[in-house]
Write a protein that binds this ligand. Structure first.
Ligand code: F6R
Length: 264
């Protein structure tokens, strides 16, 4: 197994921080942690419940998980997954949907059972969303809660699509996307006007129930928000700051995303 270049470990209050030379080493380390959890659960004949994210950040983690499946026989038959969010409205076969993203970047290449995959449904009638969101929460509870939650961070400090103003105990619900978030997504949609204005997202409170949470961030463009999340005042203005009060949180960063941290 290749050695991964871990440059530094630090603690910011309750949060453990690992800083890697580059995002590739960092992603492989996170994938190995997920693989170990899955294998541990297999040895106990139990399911592993994963909370998954989309976006650019986790792509290399998924690549490594696919490699572990294809080359090292890692099976995902004991995995149940819950994705954080989906745009609303959104058809699952749209190239912009997170259903399509997850299929393309992970699920089509591994042996997870389709019935064990959960992604918020972007095709619902608005009046059905509230009940659906309650059921999403219930399903997570029924399988024993999320063992490992993967997170990225938006430039607004969102986790999932919990934009500024979200409360620490928010649960799965429909939200309005922040302008910065829609601007950041504009490229993929061929213009901001095509980015949906709403999404269904697991809440900050839903994420906090996970037994372990790993937030990943790569590159210079995330340095400021990472600093704020770890060192800033805890406030709903930057929902990621709520992680300072959660248990079992680790930030995994490359050196560019960590560049502004106090002891860097
Ligand atoms: C995606 C999600 C978002 C992203 C965040 C960062 O499921 O919940 O919070 O993690 O917007 O996006 P990227 O990784 O594209 O920088």
């Amino acid at each position: 197994m290749a050695n991964l270049e871990l440059l530094r470990e630090a603690r910011f209050g309750e949060i453990g921080v690992k800083i890697y030379e580059d995002r590739s080493d960092a992603s492989v380390s996170v994938a190995r942690r997920i693989a170990n959890l899955i294998k541990q659960r297999q040895s106990e004949s139990k399911m592993a419940v994963l909370g998954l994210a989309t976006g650019a950040t986790p792509v290399k983690v998924y690549e490594e998980l696919i490699r572990l499946h294809q080359e090292e026989g890692l099976s995902f038959r004991n995995v149940i997954s819950f994705n954080l969010d989906e745009y609303f409205p959104m058809q699952p076969d749209s190239k912009h949907s997170y259903v399509e993203f997850m299929k393309h970047n992970l699920f089509a290449h591994i042996d997870i059972l389709p019935e064990n995959i959960h992604i918020p449904d972007g095709t619902l009638k608005e009046e059905d969303v509230e009940k659906y969101c309650e059921e999403y929460e219930n399903k997570i509870e029924e399988v024993g809660g999320i063992d490992f939650q993967l997170l990225g961070i938006g430039r607004t400090g969102h986790i999932g699509f919990n934009e500024p103003g979200s409360s620490a105990d928010s649960l799965t619900r429909m939200v309005v996307l922040n302008d910065v978030t829609r601007t950041d997504a504009a490229g993929g949609f061929g213009g901001k006007e095509n980015v949906p204005t709403k999404a269904i997202t697991m809440g900050v409170g839903s994420v906090f129930k996970a037994k372990a949470i790993v937030l990943m961030a790569w590159g210079e463009s995330k340095a400021e928000i990472v600093k704020h999340a770890l060192e800033g005042e805890v406030s709903s203005n930057v929902p990621a700051t709520f992680l300072q009060h959660a248990k079992g949180v680790e930030f995994v960063l490359d050196k560019e995303a960590a560049a502004l941290l106090a002891a860097s």
